[in-house]
Design a protein around this ligand. Structure first.
Ligand SMILES: [Zn+2]
Length: 460
């Protein structure tokens, strides 16, 4: 009996991990970190219900940490098998996983110094050495061609339009001669956006796992560039700084693309832009190399991601010097959900300044600093201190890398027949219920919202 166990992103957005079992073999699809609330993060420390050494293969949809960030922990606990992903995802993981480990180590050191950790002494979830070790287990598979993992499992990846290298997967499970086609949505991206290709539409599946990050809402209509131009010009006039917490992958590149366009069209003043994330800089280099995976073409522009007055900061010293900048400027820094990283010290400096503005440009998980700002917090806890929020906080949902509700419904419109089972995953309760209701009213498919750690028979 082929079965699936929901080891993460069930009833919540983060921690994507799906264990598929057939003929005694175990395949793990995605291996993400839980992020957000204390309770969710505790799950990263809990023992998995199965021994990682008994997993045969890992298969990845894309490189985001909530889909890959548990890999070094899986390694620590005994996993030594292959990890399958396309080349872009592999290269992104080579940047993201050591960085994630570095943040874990830094947090543990900082907590030790300030004495606010629940672990005594504070420990990192995993180390840079473990992240490096697990990277040696990667095997690159084709981006758009079928790949056979074993007699039980074969996969056909498709473009998801979400970040560089992001795919949704058609997994064919063969058990006792019987085939079951499972579609994993991964994270579905946007239609008609610059840089990335549109998501391809699936046409058939026996079982569908569909993400519902924005299952209950659409991104605001209206032009991203108008909104960016407006906020940046107004903030510059006040003499403030614009701080943009941005995911190093994709959101930073998209922002650089828009900022360059706005400067060229003279719709914003040509302010100094600080891209303060060594990771974002490395990822931008990757975009420049993987032309086959996105829509930017070297011949359409000399350097589509380049800005004249952009300062790329790699070192901590240079990062700290940005605090001394008193003239209007734009600071793009990770993490995108204000859960760690250099953006914290920029916010500690700029949030109390009413002339400045903070732009939220991506999904903000429950329990994250970004969600607190979205919800109108008057103070933000940064490094154990309460920082007053006087800067203007603006949410630019149009910059999201995730499909909004109608885009998810559009992605599902390609199905020629209803999947036998549809599972709503990768959403908070509002998103999960919202998309389920949309699917049942529009397509009349049976939809299930699985519980964390639930196991389901795929042929049931
Ligand atoms: Zn993602």
């Amino acid at each position: 009996m082929a079965k699936i166990t929901f080891l993460g992103a069930a009833g919540t957005v983060t921690g994507s991990k799906y264990l598929i079992e057939a003929e005694g073999k175990r395949l793990l699809v995605d291996c993400g970190l839980f992020e957000g609330t204390k309770e969710l993060k505790q799950r990263n420390w809990d023992k998995l219900p199965i021994d990682p050494a008994t997993i045969d293969w890992v298969l990845l949809t894309h490189a985001h940490i909530d889909h890959t960030g548990y890999l070094p922990r899986l390694y620590r606990n005994g996993y030594r098998g292959p990890i399958y992903s396309n080349a872009a995802t592999h290269e992104l993981c080579a940047v993201l996983l050591p960085d994630s480990a570095h943040l874990q180590e830094e947090d543990a050191r900082f907590a030790a110094k300030k004495g606010y950790s629940s672990h005594k002494p504070p420990l990192p979830l995993y180390t840079v050495a473990e992240a490096q070790a697990v990277l040696t287990q990667f095997h690159e598979i084709p981006s758009n061609d079928p790949f056979t993992i074993s007699p039980q499992f074969s996969v056909l990846p498709h473009d998801a339009g979400h970040i560089l290298g992001a795919t949704w997967l058609e997994l064919t499970i063969t058990e006792g001669g019987k085939k079951t086609l499972v579609v994993f949505s991964g994270d579905v991206g946007r239609f008609d956006q610059p840089i990335l290709k549109d998501p391809e539409l699936p046409t058939h599946a026996d079982v569908l796992l569909c993400e519902a990050t924005y299952g209950d809402r659409d991104h605001a209509a209206g032009s991203v560039t108008d909104e960016l131009a407006d906020v940046i010009s107004r903030t510059a006039k006040r003499g403030g700084a614009v701080v943009i917490p941005a995911f190093a992958v994709d959101r930073t590149q998209l922002l650089m693309y828009y900022l360059r366009e706005l400067v060229e069209q003279k719709r914003i003043p040509d302010l100094p832009v600080y891209v303060d994330s060594p990771m974002a800089i490395s990822v931008t280099d990757l975009y420049a190399r993987h032309y086959g995976d996105h829509d930017l073409r070297p011949q359409t522009s000399a350097d589509p991601l380049n800005l004249a007055h952009v300062h790329l900061t790699r070192t901590v010293e240079d990062s700290k010097k940005i605090n001394d900048v008193v003239s209007p400027c734009i600071i793009v820094s990770a993490s995108g959900m204000i859960t760690g990283g250099r953006v914290l010290h920029h916010l500690a400096k700029r949030l109390p300044d009413s002339r400045s503005a903070v732009l939220l440009v991506g999904y903000q998980a429950e329990g994250s600093g970004g969600r607190a700002l979205q919800d109108g917090a008057k103070f933000l806890s940064i490094h154990g201190e309460q920082v007053p929020v006087r800067a203007q906080v603006i949410d630019i949902g149009q910059l999201s890398a995730h499909a909004g509700k109608s885009e998810l419904v559009r992605w599902l419109s390609g199905f020629q027949a209803p999947p036998r089972q549809t599972f709503m995953i990768h959403g908070e309760p509002g998103g999960l219920n919202g998309l389920r209701d949309a699917i049942t009213s529009q397509y009349h498919w049976p939809v299930t919202i699985p519980a964390y750690l639930q196991t389901v028979d795929l042929n049931g």
